[in-house]
Design a protein around this ligand. Structure first.
Ligand SMILES: NC(=O)C1=CN([C@@H]2O[C@H](COP(=O)(O)OP(=O)(O)OC[C@H]3O[C@@H](n4cnc5c(N)ncnc54)[C@H](OP(=O)(O)O)[C@@H]3O)[C@@H](O)[C@H]2O)[C@H](O)CC1
Ligand SMILES: [K+]
Length: 534
């Protein structure tokens, strides 16, 4: 079985750069035809969903550049399918003639298409061909693009006009599309920020840019999906046992917030940890063993050399002994940097730049897991390098990359579009889930899931190194999943479990770990064995 490639996005600028050698080789017109054909196919799909294609009306708002050229060529193709095709220019020259792609207009006219000043009220689909990757400055929405027919579906050509294809920033006005048909590669601006809100469903049309697209980690934003998550968190080996499946140390909860210890430990166990060992005060220890008789509990936690991943932070009481508890974990990781470290919740207010530097120097694999508010507070204390006085950098992804590179730790920024970045610039978008996870306690569960996924990986690597060492003396492990990809896989499992349990009518963080267990079991052993009675 060949693995399907993991989806990824690049900036609009990278796509433009990828096109350059092809344009220089005289293939510009062919690329445009390819893009227009793909756009027309997707418009046809939308039309078919609404009724007969022949006799339907498609209008396009057409700008001055190649984005408009794509739209004109697509209209010409649609005209040949019996569609009434109407092009609406958004710019005219001093003589009142439309400023648009001359060959595209000639093709449309030859096919029997027409031009108009406004979008006809009968339009079934409006193609937004005003601006694509050539958008600069601010977009003043032209009159022709205002008050579009209420019943018409808007299909954006390449990028919704007004959206920066690199960052997702909307400058000036922006067009809201039901579908965006994008060419050559997914663009980061369609997956991030306001651009993601405006783009609707994003459809990719391959125009043969593949070999020319950048492949270095900082130039791609990869999108986590089910098959990729399954490869990163595989079923345990047949001869596996609790130590080969990974031991997670959970330093969470306090007399004030005992539930966080239970949720985090549950997340680790349900995500498949071989063992979860909770360290905390008597109250949380009692709560954890009551919920999970299989969990180990103690005041001091597991031995550093037997621990594959640590989770520290959920529900620590920062007015109590939280910093001491954090330092014990930090020192355990420094003593055995083979173990990964998840810094969550309260620990995000306790960790210092010096702690991070020491962990980085020891080669530890550290993931911080803030939500937006925690990220804002963290970067106030430990600033983003290169940001201006007001803390601004070009965009959130760039800020995350700059911070992660400076401090040697990965960041998993939780939110409606969870992002993970690593110090080398590798970045992942978690492509799953909706608002189901926006309730208290789900982050505590995620910290445990993340601990289990990282622990399993650390245990696998330790075992592989031992086996290699025994046979070859090399101690080399061939393929090591990256920290960012593992963290994104954990976020995917968590989000999928949230969606699964919402479908089953459950909504709370308390029931989420069981849903994680079901999701993981289905992924490992298939539908039959992954069905739970609870
Ligand atoms: N290059 C190729 O072979 C292919 C390109 N494809 C499609 O082309 C666009 C990119 O085309 P490009 O012509 O480079 O850029 P745009 O069409 O996005 O915009 C160009 C013109 O728009 C004007 N502009 C720019 N910013 C603004 C603004 N803020 N407000 C108003 N107008 C603006 C500007 O022209 P002016 O002369 O009016 O100043 C730009 O020159 C890409 O997105 C694809 O859709 C195909 O994919 C295939 C191959
Ligand atoms: K557009």
């Amino acid at each position: 079985m060949t693995a399907s490639p993991t989806p990824f996005a690049v900036t609009g600028s990278a796509v433009r750069a990828a096109e350059e050698p092809l344009l220089a080789a005289g293939q510009g017109a062919a690329l445009m035809r390819c893009a227009a054909w793909g756009l027309a196919q997707h418009v046809l799909r939308v039309l078919r969903g609404r009724g007969p294609v022949a006799g339907a009306t498609v209008a396009a708002l057409v700008g001055t550049g190649n984005n408009g050229g794509d739209a004109l060529w697509a209209l010409a193709l649609l005209r040949r399918r019996g569609v009434a095709a109407v092009a609406v220019p958004i710019a005219r020259d001093e003589h009142g003639a439309p400023r648009w792609h001359a060959e595209g207009w000639a093709a449309l006219r030859a096919a029997g298409g027409t031009a108009a000043d406004v979008v006809p009220a009968r339009a079934d689909v409006v193609v937004d061909g005003m601006l694509g990757t050539g958008f600069r400055g601010e977009f003043a929405v032209p009159d022709a693009a205002r008050g579009l027919p209420a019943g018409a579906a808007v299909v954006a050509c390449d990028v919704p006009s007004g959206v920066d294809a690199d960052t997702g920033e909307v400058r000036g006005g922006g067009v809201r599309a039901e579908v965006t048909v994008t060419f050559g590669a997914l663009k980061t601006g369609l997956l991030l920020g306001d651009g993601a809100d405006l783009a609707g469903d994003v459809r990719l049309v391959d125009i043969g840019l593949g070999p020319h697209l950048p492949s270095a980690p900082p130039e791609r934003l990869r999108v986590m999906d089910g098959p990729t998550a399954a490869r990163l968190h595989p079923a345990p080996a047949a001869d596996g046992h609790k130590y080969t499946r990974g031991v997670v140390g959970v330093v969470a909860g306090s007399a004030r917030y005992p539930g966080a210890a239970v949720l985090s430990t549950s997340g680790a166990l349900e995500a498949g940890a071989g063992m979860a060992h909770h360290a905390g005060p008597a109250t949380t220890r009692a709560a954890v063993v009551t919920a999970h008789p299989e969990a180990l509990v103690s005041a001091e936690g597991p031995a550093p050399e037997r621990t594959d991943a640590w989770v520290v932070g959920p529900g620590l009481d920062t007015e109590d002994d939280a910093r001491e508890r954090f330092i014990r974990v930090r020192d355990a990781v420094l003593a055995n940097p083979r173990a990964a470290l998840v810094v969550d919740a309260s620990a995000l207010t306790l960790v210092t730049a010096e702690d991070l530097a020491a962990l980085r120097d020891a080669g530890a694999r550290v993931v911080l897991t803030p939500h937006a508010g925690e990220w804002a507070r963290l970067t106030e204390r430990i600033p983003v390098p290169g940001a201006d006085g007001a803390g601004h950098a070009p965009d959130e992804l760039a800020r995350l990359r700059a911070w992660s590179a400076a401090h040697g730790a990965a960041v998993l920024l939780k939110g409606p579009r969870t992002l993970v970045v690593a110090p080398d610039g590798e970045a992942w978008l978690m492509g799953e889930g909706g608002p189901e996870l926006g309730v208290g306690g789900t982050g505590d569960v995620l910290s445990g899931v993340l601990g289990a996924v990282l622990a399993a990986d650390a245990a696998r690597r330790a075992r592989a190194a031992e086996e290699e060492g025994a046979t070859c003396g090399a101690g080399e492990v061939e393929h090591v999943p990256t920290l960012a990809s593992l963290a994104a896989a954990a976020a995917w499992l968590h989000a999928r479990a949230g969606a699964d349990q919402a479908r089953a009518g459950r909504m709370t963080a308390g029931t989420l770990p069981a849903a994680v267990g079901g999701t993981v079991a289905r992924m490992w052993w298939g539908e039959a064995r992954g069905t739970r009675a609870d």
